[in-house]
Write a protein that binds this ligand. Structure first.
Ligand code: S3P
Length: 182
């Protein structure tokens, strides 16, 4: 598994499209999204935040009371409804890109950036994030590693992959913009 910076193939006008940030839970998508929005002076949206305000419930409540399938349905709908025609930074929940319909839509309309990090880095974030992520609660590190490994090749279909480990969010944002320059 490789996690270093890699440009797969950029869509035409890559910097004019919405920038969709994907990657595993806790890797820092929202922080990098804020940095990008500040530099590009454009809006930023966080799909988990949109889901919570639409549903009037936290992500945790949605999982606990209605189940993951219901959460995924809301997530798919909200992403399909985003304005895909104007420049904005979209920070996606870590599972959103696993849905084939969402994935095809994002690859078609946005510039998709995978914020990547090796397992050792992700493992180091678990203590901080595990209690607030329903998919991680009650799972052992090796179960979470299995989820991480199964998702990596799917995230890796992104137009661009940028390494998070060892960098500050501002440096990651700079690197993304550098790689996206025509
Ligand atoms: C999920 C990631 C979470 C949130 C939900 C499910 C996932 O968002 O959407 O708990 O399946 O990876 P973050 O990636 O922002 O933690």
């Amino acid at each position: 598994m490789a996690f270093d910076d890699r440009v797969r193939e950029l869509p035409a006008g890559a910097l004019e499209r919405p920038l969709a940030l994907i990657g595993f839970m806790g890797v820092g998508k929202t922080t990098v999204a804020s940095e990008l929005a500040r530099r590009l002076v454009c809006p930023m949206v966080d799909t988990d935040g949109l889901i919570e305000s639409r549903a009037g419930r936290t992500i945790r409540e949605l999982f606990d009371w209605f189940g993951e399938a219901h959460f995924r349905e809301l997530e798919r709908t909200i992403i399909a409804e985003l304005d895909h025609a104007s420049r904005q930074i979209v920070s996606l929940g870590g599972g959103a890109f696993m849905d084939a319909t969402t994935r095809a839509l994002l690859l078609d309309r946005c510039t998709v950036v995978y914020l990547a990090a090796p397992w050792e880095y992700v493992r180091g974030t678990l203590r901080r994030i595990q209690h607030s992520r329903p998919l991680l609660r009650g799972r052992s590190p090796s179960e979470i590693e299995g989820l991480f490994e199964s998702r990596h090749p799917i995230y890796d279909q992104a137009h661009l992959r940028v390494l998070m480990a060892g960098r500050k969010p501002a440096q990651v944002a700079e690197r993304i913009l550098q790689l996206l320059q025509p």
